[in-house]
Design a protein around this ligand. Structure first.
Ligand SMILES: *Cc1c(COP(=O)(O)O)cnc(C)c1O
Length: 511
């Protein structure tokens, strides 16, 4: 399987090149040359497979065996999804809530957030590729290394650090705005004292941190010297890793409910990575109803599905602060634009062109359409797609928006229900939408739960304050309590200044 950029299909990359590159040089995102179809007998053969076993089956459809052999892939996947790193034997267990409502818990990894599912695999892929490149080097010969640099407002940083800690030939530098991430998130990052992990606390905002990271990537000399790598959600391997739990939950339902009920996945969405994995599963042939996008007040996607306009701000939606991200109770979904949405746009453009069938290279024409759209997003902050494209988008997805008040209500409603479920504020966005769209009789709803409630104490305690019997301490895992007392390692940077950060990387990156 080869990969090409959504903004120009003329050159193709291997899987290894795709994963190491992250973003394409033309600013596009890599997608597979084709979406593989499932093997003819998949429903039988895959029915009782575990998470790692399914992962091997699915990954090998997207990774040629001459790039990673079946044996190596199996070893890599089993090393990633084993009992010692995950707190649940099923990795992503499906919890029944009612007869037709299930919660797919994705937060049983090392940092208690769904990003672990993909970043644990990505770390092992990086390390596999580097080891292979370095294996044939003689002693004294320069080894290939990778310097991962990223900015975080909380969740991604810790999941990336846990994915890369202790990996040979890889260094990771994560910038966070000093004093502006939650105490638990800060502790999760800075208590990792492996030699190759470097937390940089920048006196500034998250945007300052992000600007510094962008400047480092744009500095070609610096980038060439240090081989910068990215772990943000546009990395193809992250999407691929996440397709697995859609299949796993499909089989879990089939085993317990041998009916022909239809599955409806409801996904709390920010950068569109998690739900995009569901879209790939659907395109591969996994039977499901329309995918449901659940956004918070940063609702660019919901507005797109309602209007066909993808725009950064809209005066009709007065709660959207002009020109900026709204701070909500679900901060991991606070985005202005959704980076992975470009991948969906490519498929929509391609199908639309295919329907009018102009002849010529349809794939390249779709790339040129997407390129034009993305240039518009950049220059005027908006695109308006043709009705035919919106119709295609509506065929596979619907979208709903949830505000903070509804998040609090939902956390309360689920906590005080007979099953007493403590939801985190991101999961609550999905749970609220599940209730709001009142499904048809033969539909089973699966709500993706993206974080452990203890990670977002402020939202959970403010929602459950005064509810009889609620004690936040009971939600808090033991490991979180000890985290706060552990030794920390962090490098402070006095000003949001690219040169200062460069100095830190120069000093600490593995040579
Ligand atoms: C990242 C994240 C999301 C959003 O996922 P996307 O793939 O960016 O749509 C939702 N919830 C939590 C807790 C997250 O960390």
């Amino acid at each position: 399987m080869k990969y090409f950029s959504t903004r120009g299909a003329l050159s193709e990359l291997t899987f290894e090149e795709t994963v190491l590159a992250g973003l394409a040089p033309d600013g596009g995102l890599y997608i597979p040359a084709s979406v593989p179809q499932l093997p003819a007998n998949w429903q039988k053969v895959w029915a009782n497979k575990s998470f790692p076993e399914l992962s091997i089956e699915i990954l090998s459809l997207f990774i040629s065996a001459d790039e990673i052999s079946q044996t190596d892939l199996a070893a890599l996947v089993h090393a990633t999804y084993n009992d010692s790193a995950w707190r649940h034997p099923e990795i992503t267990p499906l919890q029944p809530f009612t007869n037709n409502k299930y919660i797919l818990e994705l937060f049983h990894g090392p940092t208690y957030a769904f990003k672990d599912v993909a970043l644990q695999l990505l770390g092992n892929l990086f390390s596999y590729f580097l080891q292979r490149r370095n294996r044939t080097k003689s002693p004294g010969e320069e080894r290939e290394t990778l310097t991962v640099v990223g900015a975080t407002s909380g969740d991604t940083g810790s999941a990336a650090i846990y994915g890369l800690r202790g990996k040979p030939d890889v260094s990771i530098f994560i910038l966070h705005p000093k004093g502006r991430v939650s105490p638990v998130q800060e502790a999760q990052m800075t208590t990792v004292t492996d030699e190759n992990v470097h937390n940089i606390a920048v006196k500034g905002t998250f945007d300052d941190c992000q600007d510094i990271v962008k400047a480092l990537f744009a500095d070609t000399a610096f980038n060439a010297k240090h081989h910068l790598g990215a772990v943000n959600s546009i990395n193809w391997a992250r999407i691929l890793a996440q397709t697995v739990y859609y299949f796993l939950s499909y089989f879990a339902i089939r085993r317990t409910l041998p009916t022909d009920a239809e599955l409806q996945f409801i996904v709390p969405t920010g950068n569109f990575g998690d739900i995009l994995a569901g879209y790939y599963a659907k395109r591969m042939g996994l039977p499901m109803a329309k995918l449901v996008i659940a956004t918070n007040a940063n609702d660019i996607l919901t507005r797109f599905w309602k209007t066909g306009r993808y725009e950064k701000l809209d005066s009709n939606f007065s709660s959207v602060a002009v020109g900026g991200v709204v701070e909500t109770l679900s901060p991991a979904m606070d985005i202005l634009v959704s980076s992975n949405f470009e991948r969906l746009l490519w498929y929509l453009a391609f199908e639309d062109i295919q329907n009018t069938n102009p002849g010529g290279d349809l794939r390249e024409q779709a790339c040129q359409t997407v390129k034009g759209w993305m240039e518009n997003v950049k220059s005027v902050g908006r695109i308006v797609v043709p009705d035919s494209v919106l119709e295609l988008a509506r065929r596979d997805f619907t979208a709903e928006r949830v505000d903070d008040k509804q998040i609090r209500q939902t956390i309360r409603e689920y906590y005080t229900s007979a099953q007493s479920y403590t939801a985190d504020p991101h999961t609550a966005v999905g749970l609220h939408v599940a209730g709001a769209i009142s499904p048809q009789p033969n539909v089973i709803q699966i709500i993706l739960s993206t974080a452990h409630p203890a990670k977002f104490s402020e939202a959970v305690t403010s929602a459950l304050d005064g509810v009889p019997g609620f004690d936040f301490d009971e939600v808090l895992p033991e490991t979180f309590k000890t985290l706060l007392t552990m030794e920390r390692r962090v490098i402070e940077v006095e000003r949001p200044d690219v040169e200062l950060v460069k100095g830190v990387v120069e000093r600490f990156a593995v040579p």
